[in-house]
Design a binder for this molecule. Structure first.
Ligand code: 2NL
Length: 340
């Protein structure tokens, strides 16, 4: 009688365990069947009423049933845990190769960085930082700079001419012409910004490049003043004393005009690939402002004179960081830009 009861109970319990839809349902079955006040424990108590011989048989059967039910319960429980884990793994899956969410810190373009450094230096030396239009008149870009009407620089191969007779400025010099027109001397100013030339683009030529020109107009300005300011500038850029030399250079807007070279900062002057074994690197053109240029802008060359220089920021950045292809700078490629 009791044996039938036990085996029926076992079958029923195993069915319920495998039919359980949730861990909660499974737990309810466990409490009801295996719990302290559950069916098994109830039967166990009833066995006391049986005859000893029958009790031993029923006891064995009950134990076997209990073990079978417990085993089935554990297996079903593990199935639920495994399913729950898989659901979580699916839901919480992340791709560690994706960029992290949120705002990522940016940085200033290396040309902007060097421009700001040089601006700070010249402001500390009493210079104004001037801006001007990128679309210029022929007068401000060429005539006012003593560049002859037939000068090859005006040619369409070098200059982007617009259909209305204006042009994209080929240097930032016109900003300084506008400065001389607008502000009375004495005058100290720098003009950083973009300039444009009609170049075939390759590793060392861009149609758009960054320049910083500077000019000081005062009484009795000499090449000694020019050299002092250029050495101060180079000390700031290279963060050390540099040896310079001047070679004659011709530019219509300066007289005398110079090419300023620095002793190679890579090899110290003994010769290397950067300076092409010469020990010197050509850095910037400069000179004393041509009296014609002063006169065209309304200054009396008998009273005033000055120095001027031009600095290619693009080239400077390439030198500072050893960049061998100018096109990288305007590429907008974050892998390149994030290095600065
Ligand atoms: C260059 C140009 C130089 C100047 C630019 C200048 C401007 C005025 C008067 C006289 Cl308004 N000079 N600028 C002077 C010497 C050299 O270089 O293309 N540099 C990379």
């Amino acid at each position: 009688m009791m044996e039938t009861e036990i085996s029926e109970l076992e079958t029923k319990a195993l069915d319920r365990i495998s039919a359980a839809h949730s861990p909660q349902e499974l737990e309810a079955v466990r409490v009801e069947v295996l719990g302290r006040k559950g069916i098994l424990s109830h039967i166990s108590k009833d066995m006391g009423k049986l005859a000893p011989e029958e009790r031993a048989r029923a006891g064995k059967l009950l134990n076997a049933a209990k073990q079978a039910i417990e085993g089935a319960f554990e297996r079903r429980k593990q199935e639920f845990e495994k399913t729950a884990l898989n659901v979580r793994l699916d839901a919480e899956w992340i791709d560690l190769t994706l960029p992290a969410p949120g705002v990522r810190p940016g940085s200033l373009h290396p040309i902007t960085q060097i421009q700001m450094e040089i601006e700070d230096l010249f402001v500390s030396l009493g210079f104004m930082v001037l801006d001007g239009p990128e679309v210029e008149t022929e007068f401000h870009n060429f005539d006012a700079l003593n560049i002859a009407p037939e000068h090859p620089a005006r040619d369409a191969q070098d200059t982007f001419w617009l259909t209305d007779g204006n042009l994209l400025r080929t240097h930032t010099s016109p900003v300084q012409v506008r400065g001389m027109e607008r502000f009375p001397p004495p005058l100290r100013m720098i003009a950083p910004g973009r300039a444009f030339r009609n170049e075939s683009v390759d590793a060392s030529h861009e149609h758009t490049f960054y320049q910083l020109e500077g000019m000081m107009i005062d009484r009795d300005v000499s090449v000694a003043h020019l050299l002092y300011f250029m050495k101060t500038l180079l000390k700031e850029i290279f963060r050390r004393e540099v040896t310079v030399r001047l070679r004659p250079g011709f530019f219509p807007f300066v007289e005398p005009g110079f090419e300023l070279d620095i002793q190679c900062v890579i090899c110290g002057g003994s010769g290397c690939p950067v300076c092409k074994q010469s020990g010197w690197v050509e850095l910037l053109p400069c000179g004393l402002v041509n009296p014609n240029v002063l006169r065209i802008s309304g200054l009396d060359p008998e009273k005033w004179n000055g120095f001027a220089f031009g600095l290619g920021l693009t080239r400077l950045v390439m030198m500072r960081y050893g960049i061998d292809d100018i096109r990288l700078l305007q590429s907008g490629d974050l892998r390149f830009l994030q290095q600065f």
